[in-house]
Write a protein that binds this ligand. Structure first.
Ligand code: GLC
Length: 662
C-alpha cells in the first residue's frame, strides 16, 4: 500500500508513473518537524536494518552512517564520503516494523541512519513528496515501489557482452589496436567505448576528422565483426562562436541562464561551456536531436557523462578568484592567507554557490538549479532516450549515465563513476548492486579493473569474476594509468576462462534481467531478502543473482579463496569458459578455494540455469542451450527469447521451459 504526503510545493521530478492522491497529516511512522527544512525522524529498534539509497558508499545495510542525496563528481570514493554521483532517496526500514519510504525531492536530502544515535533515523529534505510504502515483507514493498516508479530500461542483447574502454583512445588506429589485441589473444569483445578524445576539442556531437576520418566506416566495419562503438557525450556544450550546437542553443535560449538571462558559463573539459537546460521540454528535445549525427553514422549506444552537472569552475567565480589572487602579488602571505588562497582555487570545483546562480525554464516556471540539481543527469539521459525512440522506434539502444535520479531507470542504466583500482572497490561494487536494483536501476556496473590508479593482473581478474554477473560489464580506466586491456597481461588463458564465463551464462543473465525488468523484481538481492535466518541477515559480501544463483566473489589480494556462508544446501559450480565442475555442499560455512582463472557460484536447490557455449561476441553465440540444474523433479524456467533488438513491450518474450532432472 502506498500513501503520499506532500510537504511544501515540491518540484515535479518525474520519478513516479502513478497518480496518487495526497493524504492529510503526516506518515504515522515519523515525527515530522517543519523548519527551514522538513525533518522526518523515527526510532530504530536494536535489530532494525535499513536498505536502499542505490548508488552510495558503505554497507548493504545502510545503518550507522550519514548519507546525502546531492549528485557530486568527486573521484576519490572513500568510506568517509556522504554523496556520490546519484541520488536515490528510497529506503526500507526492516525490523519490528517494516516500511519503505521515498523522499521525492530534487534538492539536497540528508539521511542520518543511526549515525548521530544508533537508535534513531532522521531524514531532512526541502519541499518534497514523501511516499510511504507498506507491505507484507521487504520484497513486497520493493515491488510496490517499483510499480510506482515504472518499468526499468532494457538495453539490446549485445549490451550484455563485454566492453573495453579507456580515457585516452585517440584515433582510429588506437581503436583498431584494441580490437586486434582482443582478437589476437582470442578474447571476446562486444563493445569498444570512445571517450572524449574522439571529439573535436571536446565539442559534443563533433568527430575529429583527422584522427577519425571515417567514423561511419569504422562503425560499420566493427559491427560486421560483432563489435559496437559506444561514444561518450558530455553534459556541457563548448561555448565557442561558430560551433553550431552552441550558437543554436544560444539563439533559441536553450542553455541554463544566470539571473540576468545570459547563458551561465562553466568550465569543463572543453573549457568555457554552457549547460543545456534539459529540464525545459523544448531544450531537451533539441539536445536529444543532436545525437542524430552519431546515430546517422551507425552508432547504437552512448554513455552520458559529467551530468551532475560537474562544474570545474564558473566563469564568474574563476575571474573573481584570479583577481583576488593577483591582489596578493608582491605581498607576504601569512600561512592562513596562503591556505585561503589555495582553497579559493580548489573550492572552485562544484562550488555549492554556483548551483544557486543559474536557472531552468520549466513547465513549472523558472527554477533555481539548486532546487532541481539531482535531476540533471536524469533529464539529459531522458533527452537522448526520447529522441532514440523517435529516430528508430523499432530498435533498442544502449544508454547509460553517470549521474541519475530515480525515474531515469526507465530511460537508461548507470555506471557508478570514477572508482579506483583498489580491492575495497570490488566489494563496494558488489554492495551497490542490490541497492541500485531496489531503486529500479538494473542495467548497471562499475569500471572493472578500477578507473583511477594502476590495476594489477590479479585485481583485474578478480574484478572481472564479479563483472561477469553485472549487466554492464565494462573495463574502463583513466588517462595516464597503467594500460588495463586484458591482452596487456600475462596469463591469457585465465582471461579467456573468466571472460568466457560471461558468454556461457548469458542466456541466464539475459532472461533473469528481462524478467526482473518486466515484473519489477531485483536481479541482485541480499541474502536477507530471501532467507530469514540470523546469519543471512548480516551477510554483506554475497548476493543472490537472479532466482537460481548465489555469488560470492573474492575481493582480497593474494587470497587462495574465501569463506562462503550457505544458507541452505547448494551446488558449487566452478566455471572456466564453457566448462565447469559441480559439487554439492551442505548448508553452513565453507572455505572455498578460488583460483584466479576460475569463476565460482552456487546453484540453489530446486533451480535451473540456462547456459550456452561461449563465443567471441553476443551476436555470434549459437543459441544452443544447456542446463545447469540442482533439481529432483521437472522444473519450469522462464527463458527470454526475442530478437535482442526490438523493444520489449510485454511478457510475450518469456517462454516457459520445463527442464527434466538428470
Ligand atoms: C569522467 C568520467 C570518466 C571519463 C572521463 C573523461 O571522469 O567519469 O569515465 O573517462 O571523465 O571523459
Amino acid at each position: 500500500m502506498i500513501k503520499k504526503y506532500v510537504y511544501g510545493s515540491p518540484v515535479k521530478t518525474g520519478a513516479t508513473v502513478m497518480e496518487i492522491a495526497a493524504e492529510g497529516g503526516d506518515p504515522a511512522v515519523f515525527a515530522v518537524e517543519r523548519g527551514e527544512r522538513y525533518s522526518f525522524s523515527c526510532a530504530l529498534g536494536e535489530k532494525d536494518r535499513v536498505y536502499g539509497l542505490g548508488e552510495q558508499v558503505r554497507g548493504i545495510n545502510k545503518r550507522g552512517w550519514k548519507y546525502e542525496g546531492w549528485n557530486t563528481d568527486d573521484p576519490i570514493i572513500t568510506e568517509g564520503r556522504t554523496a556520490l554521483y546519484a541520488s536515490h532517496n528510497f529506503i526500507v526500514v526492516c525490523g519490528a516494523r517494516t516500511f519503505g519510504v521515498f523522499f521525492d525531492c530534487a534538492g539536497r536530502v540528508q539521511f542520518d541512519i543511526g549515525y548521530t544515535r544508533r537508535d534513531a533515523l532522521s531524514v531532512t529534505t526541502e519541499d518534497a513528496d514523501v511516499y510511504l510504502i507498506e507491505g507484507e515483507d521487504i520484497n513486497a514493498i520493493i515491488h510496490e515501489f517499483r510499480t510506482l516508479i515504472g518499468r526499468s530500461y532494457i538495453p539490446p542483447r549485445w549490451a550484455f557482452g563485454y566492453g573495453q574502454s579507456r580515457w585516452g583512445y585517440q584515433s582510429e588506429e588506437d581503436i583498431m589496436e584494441v580490437v586486434e589485441g582482443y582478437a589476437n589473444s582470442d578474447l571476446p569483445l562486444d563493445m569498444i567505448y570512445l571517450d572524449i578524445d574522439y571529439m573535436e576539442r571536446f565539442k559534443d556531437f563533433t568527430v575529429d576528422r583527422t584522427r577519425f576520418p571515417d567514423l561511419k566506416g569504422l562503425a560499420a566495419r566493427l559491427k560486421a565483426r560483432g563489435i559496437r562503438l559506444v561514444p561518450i557525450i558530455d553534459a556541457a556544450v563548448k561555448a565557442e562562436p561558430g560551433y553550431s550546437v552552441f550558437e543554436e542553443g544560444v539563439a533559441r535560449g536553450y542553455f541554463c541562464k544566470d539571473a540576468a538571462g545570459d547563458p551561465f558559463i562553466v568550465g569543463v573539459w572543453p573549457g568555457d561551456s554552457a549547460l543545456p537546460d534539459v529540464l525545459n521540454e523544448d531544450a531537451r528535445r533539441w539536445f536529444g536531436e543532436q545525437y542524430r549525427v552519431l546515430l546517422d553514422s551507425g552508432i547504437e549506444g552512448f554513455w552520458n557523462d559529467m551530468n551532475e552537472p560537474t562544474i570545474f569552475y564558473s566563469r564568474r567565480r574563476l575571474e573573481h578568484t584570479i583577481d583576488n589572487a593577483s591582489s596578493w602579488q608582491g605581498k607576504s602571505l601569512a600561512l592562513g592567507d596562503y591556505n585561503r588562497l589555495i582553497a579559493s582555487f580548489t573550492g572552485l570545483q562544484n562550488n555549492p554557490l554556483d548551483y544557486k546562480e543559474f536557472y531552468h525554464e520549466t513547465e513549472q516556471g523558472r527554477i533555481v538549479h539548486e532546487r532541481v540539481h539531482n535531476l540533471y543527469g536524469y533529464y539529459m539521459t531522458r533527452s537522448a532516450a526520447e529522441y532514440f525512440e523517435e529516430y528508430a522506434p523499432e530498435k533498442r539502444f544502449l544508454l547509460f549515465s553517470r549521474s541519475s535520479y530515480i525515474g531515469m531507470h526507465r530511460y537508461g542504466g548507470v555506471w557508478t563513476g570514477d572508482n579506483a583500482s583498489w580491492w575495497s572497490h570490488i566489494l563496494l561494487n558488489l554492495k551497490m548492486l542490490p541497492s541500485l536494483n531496489m531503486c529500479g536501476f538494473l542495467y548497471c556496473g562499475a569500471d572493472l579493473g578500477g578507473f583511477g590508479g594502476d590495476t594489477t593482473e590479479e585485481l583485474l581478474l578478480r574484478w572481472l569474476a564479479l563483472g561477469v554477473f553485472t549487466p554492464l560489464m565494462r573495463n574502463h580506466a583513466t588517462n595516464g594509468s597503467r594500460l588495463q586491456e586484458c591482452y596487456r597481461f600475462t596469463d591469457m588463458q585465465a582471461f579467456r576462462n573468466v571472460l568466457g564465463v560471461r558468454y556461457t551464462i548469458l542466456p541466464y543473465l539475459y532472461s533473469e534481467f528481462v524478467r526482473c525488468a518486466l515484473r519489477g523484481e531485483m536481479l541482485f538481492r541480499p541474502l536477507a531478502f530471501v532467507y530469514d535466518d540470523e546469519r543471512s541477515a548480516h551477510v554483506e559480501d554475497q548476493l543472490l543473482f537472479g532466482d537460481s544463483v548465489m555469488i560470492a566473489p573474492v575481493y582480497e589480494e593474494n587470497a587462495m579463496g574465501r569463506y562462503v556462508y550457505l544458507p541452505e544446501e547448494m551446488k558449487l559450480i566452478r566455471m572456466k569458459g564453457g566448462s565447469y565442475t559441480e559439487e554439492i555442499l551442505s548448508c553452513g560455512d565453507h572455505f572455498i578455494e578460488v583460483p584466479v582463472d576460475e569463476v565460482v557460484f552456487f546453484l540453489r536447490p530446486g533451480k535451473v540455469m540456462p547456459i550456452a557455449a561461449p563465443a567471441d561476441c553476443v551476436e555470434r553465440m549459437d543459441g544452443a542451450l544447456r542446463w545447469l540444474q540442482f533439481i529432483q523433479q521437472p522444473t519450469a524456467y522462464e527463458l527470454c527469447e526475442d530478437d535482442g533488438i526490438s523493444p520489449i513491450r510485454g511478457e510475450e518474450c518469456l517462454r516457459r521451459v520445463v527442464v527434466e532432472p538428470q
